[in-house]
Structures are given as C-alpha cells and as structure tokens.
Design a protein around this ligand. Sequence first.
Ligand SMILES: Cc1cc2nc3c(=O)[nH]c(=O)nc-3n(C[C@H](O)[C@H](O)[C@H](O)COP(=O)(O)O)c2cc1C
Length: 383
Amino acid sequence: MTTRRHVLHVLAAAPALTACGGEQLPDPAAAWRNPGAGERDPRRFALAHAILAPNPHNTQPWLVTLHGEDGMALYCDLGRRLPFTDPFDRQITIGCGAFLECYRLALRHLGYAPVITAFPDGEPSPRLDAKPLAHVNFGARTDAPADPLFDYIAARRTNRSPYDLTRIPHLTDLQKLADAAYERTGEVEWALEPERVAHLRDIVWRAFELEMHTPGALAETFGWLRFGRDEVARHRDGLAVEGPLIGAAKLFGMFGRANMLNPNSEANRQALQDWRRKIDTAPAFAWLSMQENDDTPTGRLTAGMAYARMNLAATGAGLAIHPWSQGLQEYREMASIRSELRTALQNGENFPHMLVRIGYADPVEPAARRGVDAIMRPAAGAP
Ligand SMILES: Cc1cc2nc3c(=O)[nH]c(=O)nc-3n(C[C@H](O)[C@H](O)[C@H](O)COP(=O)(O)O)c2cc1C
C-alpha cells in the first residue's frame, strides 16, 4: 500500500528537476543548453550566461536594460526579494553580484575587458531600491586570454544531494576556489578537521531547524516552492520539489498551504529528515568572507561576484557545493545562532557572506531559468 510516508520518501529520493517534455509548457532547463547560441548582440549572449548564476531561492531577482551600443544596466526586480529571511537584501545583492560576474565572464570570452560601475546613482540604504545596481560597458578589446571559469557557467549547479563522506576535498582544489574568489577580493576559508566540521554541522543544523519552526520564514519559502513538473515549467523559477509521485502527493493534500506552514506536519517532518541526511553527510565546509567594512551594498555585490567564481572553480575541480545560509541571516529570531556561527567562522575582521558544505556527490539536474526575455525592462524613455 502507498502511504503518505512512502510517497514522501520517494519524493525525497527523486531528482530535483527533469526537463519538461510532451506538454505545451516551456522547457525549464532550456536556458542551460548552449546559452546565447545565435545571439548577435554580445550583451544578449552575455545575459544568456548571466541568468544561470546562483541566486537565493532561485528567485532570479534581476532586471536589465540595454542602452547605447554597449551598455547594460542591472536592476533588482524588487518583488523577487526575500524580505523576511533577508531583511537587508544582502543575499539578493549577492545573487545580483553572481549575475554580474557571469555577465562579465561571457564578455571576456568574447574578447572585451568589461568596465563595471557599481551603484552608479549611489548606494541604497537600508535596502535595495529602484536605482541600478550596476552599469556595465564592453570596455576595450583585449588579446588577453579569456577567464577559464567561463567554461563552467553552464555546468555549474547547487548540489543538494548527500555527499560522499569518505572523500575529503584536496587542499589544492580548495586553494583553486580561494584563488578564484580572491580576484574579486573574497576570502575563502575551510574546515576539514572532523571536530570543527562536527561543530559547524551542529550550528548549521540548529539554524535550519529554527528556520523550519519560524512561521514567517516557512511562509516565505513556501511561496517559492514549485511542486511538480508543470509548476516548475510554468514558473521557471523557485525551488523545485520534483519526483515521480508528486501528483499523488498533491492529491493527498500534502503540499497544501496549511500543511506546509505547519512545522509539525508529516510533509515538514519528512523534509527535516531528508535535510538532516544532507547535513550529516557534509565532509567539509567552506565559507566566503569579505572585510568587515565591506558589508555595504557594493561589498555585497562584490561578494556575489566572488561567490560565483568560487562556485565555478568548484565545478572545474569536480567539487559539489551547497550553501547553508540560514545561520547567516539577519532576522530577529536567528540573532543568537547567527552570532554563534559568526564566532565559529570568525577570522579577524572578516564578515562571512556564504557558507557551503563541500565535497563529492552525484551530479544533479539544472534548476529552472526563465530565459533572457523575461528579465528585459524597456529603457527609460522607450515607447
Ligand atoms: C546568496 C545565496 C544564498 C543561498 N542559500 C542557500 C541555502 O541556504 N540553501 C540552499 O539549498 N541553497 C542556497 N543557495 C543556492 C540557491 O538556492 C541556488 O543557487 C538556486 O536555487 C539556483 O540553483 P543553481 O545554483 O543550481 O542554479 C543560495 C544561493 C545564493 C546566491
């Protein structure tokens, strides 16, 4: 007999996303295949790569305008922020920075030396606003070799599978991540020693559990969950909950709002078990910090550029990475764990922006993307 428990176990084991076929819905994975092929405007080629950037909850909080012959202005799509868990838009700004770095890498690949101006109309405070986050121009033509990280943009993933506990990342590979991030002034450190890893697992897990018991955070995440293939294909954003029995689970009413917002529902209890397995298989952690006084909008944007580079370098080294951001978030309920985590990661004046488990895992399918046309905003004054 198929029980609710059984259905959820199967769902937890199922791949995160498979390409949608047969139905008249867009393929949510299409953006990952040969990005920018056939584009004649280098900016659209670069945007086709930029939209593949990692970003919180896969909200894809980007809007762009093209201006003149070579200009691109990046804005935040303000409705795609995460106001409860990310009250100062720090993580959203990091996602925008990751977008910017992929855009830059793609233009470098085409032989330009792009010029980026962060917050050209001034930094917003305390949250992002309608002003641009960056202007980018092609810059001069250059014969310097392109950055090899470009090659990993379409292969990069956030990998939430269980990791192989018998394989610890090599120092030489971790150093590649650090070198890549350092080019954007980000500093990558790591914990490999069993005691320190166990300590971090414990803090990270308590932060995750707290989030699962915080109604505002649960409600926010629920709004970005996409249940089943059709929902994924219809939205092409958010976090996919996918599996062969998703339809049955929906029929059971398991993914209804009331159920999902109840921390003690069977669905959430099973989800916690599944996530527990993920943290228990963390062989190591790595984190990205910036100097303390760089926790400014520009510093966060730069941290996002550094994080994209760290994630791409990990892909190049065959390493899987998976952020655990709960304990770094700035909402009131998280304050005490956040300070504990900062102490555990502290190194001088550095401000940690991203914390990931890192190791080796089976490959995962790409997360959905909406495509370049969905993020184009007409330039001011355009009809
Ligand atoms: C600032 C930031 C914070 C993130 N935090 C988490 C997190 O706490 N848990 C998680 O599973 N993924 C986290 N991610 C990964 C995103 O969810 C992921 O990038 C997004 O779903 C798109 O998937 P992709 O990276 O495979 O393209 C984070 C990414 C960024 C940039």
